[in-house]
Design a protein around this ligand. Sequence first.
Ligand SMILES: C[S@@+](CC[C@H](N)C(=O)[O-])C[C@H]1O[C@@H](n2cnc3c(N)ncnc32)[C@H](O)[C@@H]1O
Length: 310
Amino acid sequence: MESNISSELVQPVISKKQLKKLKREEHWVKNQDSIKEKWKLKKKLQKVNRKNKKKDTAKDTNIDFKSLQNGVLNKKALKLSRIEEFKLKLENSKQQIIIDCDFNSYMQNKEVQSLCGQIVRCHSVNKSLTIPFHIFLYNVSAMLHDQLMKAGLEFWQGVTCILKDDKQIDFDMFLAQYKIQKEKIIYLTGDSSNEICNITEDQILVIGGIVDRNRHKGLTLTKADELGLNHARLPIGDYINLKVSKILATNHVFEIIGFYQENKYKTEDVWKESFLSIIPKRKFNNTIETNKISLSDEEDEILLLSNTNT
Ligand SMILES: C[S@@+](CC[C@H](N)C(=O)[O-])C[C@H]1O[C@@H](n2cnc3c(N)ncnc32)[C@H](O)[C@@H]1O
């Protein structure tokens, strides 16, 4: 008797995954010699790159290349020489920036922890700048101070921490103590009706040291007004369409300022480039509208709630 089962059913069915695997194996069998050659070349190139990198490090830090090559100078010595280099950069820099941390009562414990992480990031970015900032952390609570100490605050160069304790130092006293001229200050706040156009070395910017997911709208604007300080927002809206909110995290604002100062003489588009390089790229829509880049509502919301909470 003849079978009614079609030949299609009898043929073994191969999944897409298996098919891909088979193709890969076939490709390997056919081309293994050339693939091995490519691997060898890649390894050689990596070796040359590593060697060149060591040479560059030696040049940057004035360390004898041979001693680096022989492993005589260990990581600790390199670190020390970087610290010396950073100290020198600080000595030659007049740039000052204030992170106003006087907002402890507006934050939950985990938000204070997140702020600590953001300040750590600011310090780390500051170390990479050609002209670093002298950073003042104003009115740091005991809880934030504990966390900053755990993160190594006592060893940080260029960071002055003003503790909020019983002998409450008000803002004017703080300015007087550190000889900071009030008229040079601009309090950065996303709610200001003024826009900052350019930043000069002698301006002293204040960034709010607060993580509140913008629950407390207008907090820093009110504070700047109460203290009689000039205030301004970043010109984000001129370059990027954020459909929900233009309020960024403390460390992002610090990084934008650092990028701006570092590149303002190198490019005319410095604001645009700083926004594009600091605000995470994966958040961008790539929708170019009249020369602006858009972030969708949803993406902006994610941005606000991402690792570095605002
Ligand atoms: C997370 S925000 C704090 C939001 C807070 N609700 C407030 O009233 O400022 C942290 C700080 O970054 C700065 N900042 C954030 N977005 C800004 C923008 N678009 N322009 C200027 N400064 C901004 C402000 O100094 C702000 O205090």
